[in-house]
Design a protein around this ligand. Structure first.
Ligand SMILES: Cc1cc2nc3c(=O)[nH]c(=O)nc-3n(C[C@H](O)[C@H](O)[C@H](O)COP(=O)(O)OP(=O)(O)OC[C@H]3O[C@@H](n4cnc5c(N)ncnc54)[C@H](O)[C@@H]3O)c2cc1C
Length: 468
């Protein structure tokens, strides 16, 4: 075998790249990780997951939103919340996460190279060092492409990062607008629409699809739509945007959005959030014998190998499900496969967390999917308001719904909307992973008072429905 400088070269320091690099290092391999930004962590830490979740937490705390069910709609921890109040918390968490990540890479002796990477051939990668510090070609036995995505832009949309901005620009906002229009009601669009609405911003949410988040259980998305409307969000579903342009008004620059239906929306700021595109344009993939599809994504097999077997691709750059959680696992699995290390995982049973306000989480199948697959099922539900913990924390609108096989009682899906949904879902996920039934919840004692009790209440409801 030729002598390569590295056993594994990883391109991209987001969750997928980090885990691939650290796993390979733990197998005693010579590993380099190339990152073109001066900070490690990728979209996850620097512009996407961590900032959005921290901003959400800051909004929930400062606006007193969680307590309003108990103390009334006027309750707030701080009046006149500013963008600086929100960014203060985000900066703190981002800095900490970058530091932890850098330390983990260092501790595991992963060599971090601050450069933009592109292929010269299937075993050679060109490193164009940041700040004009030259170019170097390095050779590697294996490579992992973990370059992630960037927010999709369309040529005709005059995105200036200020009046018309992308989710990647969120930390650059100079102030909170009075009105915001979000174009695209995917996960990111719904999350930011609800976060800004909780701050009192008048939000309009536009999507060409007729319903929010079609992959989520319909009862849960109905509940989300209800909450958004309660927070004065105007939903414009089944509407497509024909033009977006900045206009000058007496009050300053505004954004005019024309809809194909003839409606016009004038808004202070617009968040353009129609999806994400794989960051593959500068990788020179053809030199390695690879190509990307029209959305920049790379095709892989079940071991995350591209069509060139020693080059793997993991994380958002391979498309669905495009989550930090699944990206990490893919990175680990790819590195194990590359070096013949055994790794067991059930990545297909991953939970989905949508950090809108209220929070949504799900694992397993929806009623719609089971109906399409002709699988007989029943549901059991628990409303948070029936549970003492729901009353204590002031969430009386949450819902936990179990879907189980009509005959075997096997748990097939868990769908939750409400406080703590993304934590609660893991109980159901564990039961599903072991092929458990809802009888487990019926026969189990839960701490009292907890939201976890919803599982027992929902299971009892399900069993009762079978007797109807
Ligand atoms: C607003 C928002 C909210 C989100 N919320 C959640 C959430 O709540 N939960 C969740 O699980 N997921 C969430 N996600 C998704 C999550 O951020 C991604 O799934 C995750 O970051 C993907 O990790 P990755 O390692 O594939 O890529 P990334 O995190 O995108 O990292 C890729 C890295 O590769 C680098 N790179 C690209 N090209 C090159 C090159 N040629 N040379 C060198 N370096 C290069 C980039 O600079 C970047 O640092 C969210 C995303 C966004 C945008």
């Amino acid at each position: 075998m030729p002598d390569y400088e590295y056993d594994l070269l990883v391109i991209g320091s987001g969750p997928a790249g980090q885990r691939a690099a650290i796993q390979a290092a733990k197998l005693d391999k010579r590993v380099a990780l190339v990152e073109r930004k001066t900070v490690v962590g990728g979209v996850c830490i620097n512009t996407g997951t961590i900032p959005s979740k921290t901003l959400r937490e800051a909004v929930l705390h400062l606006s007193g939103y969680r307590e309003r069910g108990v103390y009334g709609a006027a309750y707030a921890v701080k009046q006149n919340i500013t963008i600086d109040d929100l960014l203060f918390r985000a900066d703190h968490v981002i800095r900490h996460e970058v530091d932890v990540t850098r330390h983990q890479l260092m501790r595991n002796r992963v060599e971090v190279l601050v450069a933009s990477a592109s292929f010269v051939d299937a075993h050679t990668v060109r490193l164009d060092f940041i700040d004009g510090r030259g170019v170097r070609d390095v050779t590697t036995a294996n490579a992992v492409i973990a370059t992630g995505t960037h927010a999709t832009r369309e040529g005709a949309i005059p995105i200036d990062g200020h009046h018309i901005f992308l989710s990647d620009d969120i930390l650059q906002l100079d102030r909170l607008p009075r009105t915001l229009t979000v174009v695209g009601a995917g996960v990111i669009g719904c999350e930011y629409a609800s976060i800004f609405a909780a701050l009192g911003v008048r939000v309009t949410l536009i999507d060409q699809r007729e319903r929010l988040l079609p992959f989520v259980d319909a009862e849960i998305t109905d509940a989300l739509a209800y909450h958004l409307r309660q927070n004065r969000v105007t939903l414009r579903l089944g509407e497509s945007v024909s033009q977006i342009e900045p206009i000058q008004e007496e009050r300053g620059t505004r954004v005019k959005i024309d809809l194909a239906s003839g409606k016009h929306i004038i808004t202070e700021r617009a968040l353009y959030s129609i999806g994400r595109t794989g960051a593959t344009d500068t990788l020179n993939l053809p030199a390695a014998g690879l190509e990307a599809d029209s959305r920049g994504r790379i095709a892989v097999n079940k071991h995350y190998q591209t069509k060139i077997p020693h080059i793997y691709a993991v994380g958002d750059v391979i498309g669905f499900p495009s989550l930090a959680s699944t990206s990490m696992e893919q990175g680990r699995l790819a590195a194990c496969h590359a070096f013949g290390a055994e790794a067991k995982s059930v990545p297909e049973l991953f939970p989905y967390g949508i950090y809108a306000i209220p929070e949504i989480s799900m694992v397993g199948r929806t009623e719609e999917e089971l109906t399409q697959q002709s699988i007989p099922y029943e549901v059991g539900k628990a409303q948070y308001r029936e549970i003492a913990r729901g009353q204590i924390i002031g969430d009386s609108t949450g819902l936990l719904k179990l879907i189980f096989h009509f005959e075997t009682h096997e748990l097939l899906g868990v769908h939750i909307i409400g406080e703590g949904a993304s934590e609660l879902v893991h109980i159901g996920q564990a039961v599903m992973a072991f092929g458990g039934t809802i009888d487990y919840f019926v026969n189990t004692v839960f701490n009292y008072p907890t939201l976890a009790e919803c599982y027992k209440t929902a299971a009892l409801d399900g069993v009762n429905r079978l007797r109807m």
